[in-house]
Write a protein that binds this ligand. Structure first.
Ligand code: PGA
Length: 256
């Protein structure tokens, strides 16, 4: 089965109502009448209702940046999967390195969030990736395999039939340094092989997307790699023309 390319915009903690509208309008104008991949917009949680309205009757899909594991209860400040679904989210980023590093999320919590997302019909975009020190110490394979394996152990391979994995080397996020296409391909291949050891057909369908300083200039060479199925884009997703250009470059494989 052919894997449909997916390009997700992670706005992180950026945006204001007027800017959000302007960004979406410019993006839609720029993508009109071109073949596009599957595009997911993940705004800050407070703007999900606004974006649900903005994206209505468009091909763009709404996603969230985070969720909590429980459906409801005394968890001040948290947002649950049913709440995200209530506002039309179809995807949710889980285990982003900023959540792991700045908010102390571990594999156990991330696996629980993965399960919570799927219980409400949301597809998790599970982020994994090594730090600069880990890469320099030759630990990339161990770290990434362990991150995938820990979630896999908890949720079972079947859960990956409705999930996406994002390889996001921590050293490439927001730094302007992108993994080379070869570096990305080798880790993507490893991720797919980790899933394939348990179920080859699920591994064959699984979308493994790349994140870390993806921009208009490097999108084409990344998507040309056999195991790169799209991108998770931070900084460049805030500039309509840049993000549209990434989407256009990445639609080519989708239509190849
Ligand atoms: P970046 O962020 O594109 O700004 O490097 C990617 C991400 O953190 O998802």
């Amino acid at each position: 089965m052919e894997r449909r390319v997916l390009v997700a915009a992670n706005w992180k903690m950026h945006g204001q109502r007027l800017q959000n509208s302007a960004l979406i309008s410019a993006l839609l104008a720029s993508l009109a009448r071109v073949d596009i991949p599957e595009i997911v917009i993940c705004p800050p949680g407070i703007y999900l209702p606004q974006l649900q309205t903005e994206l209505e009757n468009t091909e763009l899909i709404l996603g969230a940046q985070n969720l909590f594991t429980q459906e409801k209860g005394a968890y001040t400040g948290e947002i649950s999967a049913p709440m995200l679904a209530d506002y039309g989210c179809r995807y949710v980023i889980v285990g982003h390195s900023e959540r792991r590093c700045l908010f102390g999320e571990d594999d156990e919590l991330i696996a629980d969030k993965f399960v919570a997302a799927q219980s409400s019909g949301l597809a998790p975009i599970l982020c994994v990736g090594e730090s600069k020190e880990q890469r320099e110490s030759g630990l990339t394979e161990n770290i990434v395999t362990a991150q995938v394996a820990k979630v896999l152990q908890k949720v079972g391979v079947g859960a990956f039939a409705n999930a996406v994995i994002a390889y996001e080397p921590v050293w490439a996020i927001g730094t302007g340094i992108t993994a080379s296409p070869e570096q990305a391909q080798s880790v993507h291949e490893l991720i797919r092989a980790t899933i394939a050891r348990q179920d080859e057909s699920i591994a064959g369908q699984l979308r493994v997307i790349y994140g870390g300083s993806v921009n208009a200039a490097n999108a084409s060479e990344l998507i040309a790699q056999p195991d790169v199925d799209g991108a998770l884009v931070g900084g460049a997703s805030l500039v309509a023309e840049d993000f549209a250009s990434i989407c256009r470059s990445m639609s080519k494989k989708a239509n190849a």
